[in-house]
Design a protein around this ligand. Structure first.
Ligand SMILES: [Zn+2]
Length: 207
């Protein structure tokens, strides 16, 4: 038995953590909420999803998201281009919000996740490991690619009346990025990271 207490996130009951078999989960004795899991795949899945998300992130930001055809003229823009246009039109706050939630927060999250997980996969703890693990929890609510994609789809339908709208490579990449980011976050479990460190028997080095 690991002599570590865990608080139920639903009812706050303190319970002792026990070692689990791979593929099983522990539930709260009072309210049956899932306390923690021990997946079979360990930390390979979040690494694979995060690497895929980084590749899609680069494609999504490098290629046009939408192209508009009005009376024979075609204009297309990337997300960065759209944010710069918003700033030129006197909406710096909206531009900053779009960049922050769609580019900066997801990029920081993915880089921090890979910086923590890849060396850990090979048995090493990088400097700033604890701070970055905390940073991941802090910036997670600010990564809102799904909100951006939803907004894009709505505006795409609305713009159909005004112009011919052609979805760009960037839009497809953003949809794929949304799915892979969700998969990376869903498979990234902080309990799993600490379990992995305990298995490495190097936990003393990071305190
Ligand atoms: Zn509970």
């Amino acid at each position: 038995m690991l002599s570590v207490l865990i608080a139920c996130h639903d009812c706050d009951l303190l319970q002792y953590k026990i070692a689990l078999a791979p593929g099983s989960s522990a539930r709260c004795v009072r309210c049956s909420a899932t306390l923690y899991r021990r997946p079979r795949h360990r930390i390979d899945y979040p690494i694979a999803w995060a690497i895929t998300a980084v590749a899609l992130f680069i494609i999504a930001n490098a290629f046009p998201v939408l192209s508009l055809q009005i009376q024979g003229r075609e204009t297309s823009t990337t997300l960065l281009g759209a944010a710069l246009t918003m700033q030129d039109q006197g909406m710096p706050l909206v531009a900053a919000l779009v960049l922050g939630t769609t580019v900066i927060a997801p990029a920081l999250g993915l880089v921090a996740m890979l910086y923590v997980l890849i060396p850990l996969r090979f048995g090493r703890l990088m400097p700033g490991f604890v701070a970055l693990t905390r940073l991941l929890q802090t910036i997670a609510p600010w990564a809102m690619i799904e909100v951006f994609v939803l907004g894009l789809l709505v505006s795409l339908v609305k713009l159909q009346h005004l112009a011919t709208v052609i979805p760009g490579i960037g839009l497809w990449a953003f949809i794929a990025l949304m799915l892979t980011s969700v998969a990376a976050t869903a498979t990234y479990d902080p309990h799993l990271i600490w379990q992995h460190i305990a298995d490495l028997d190097t936990a003393d080095d990071i305190v």
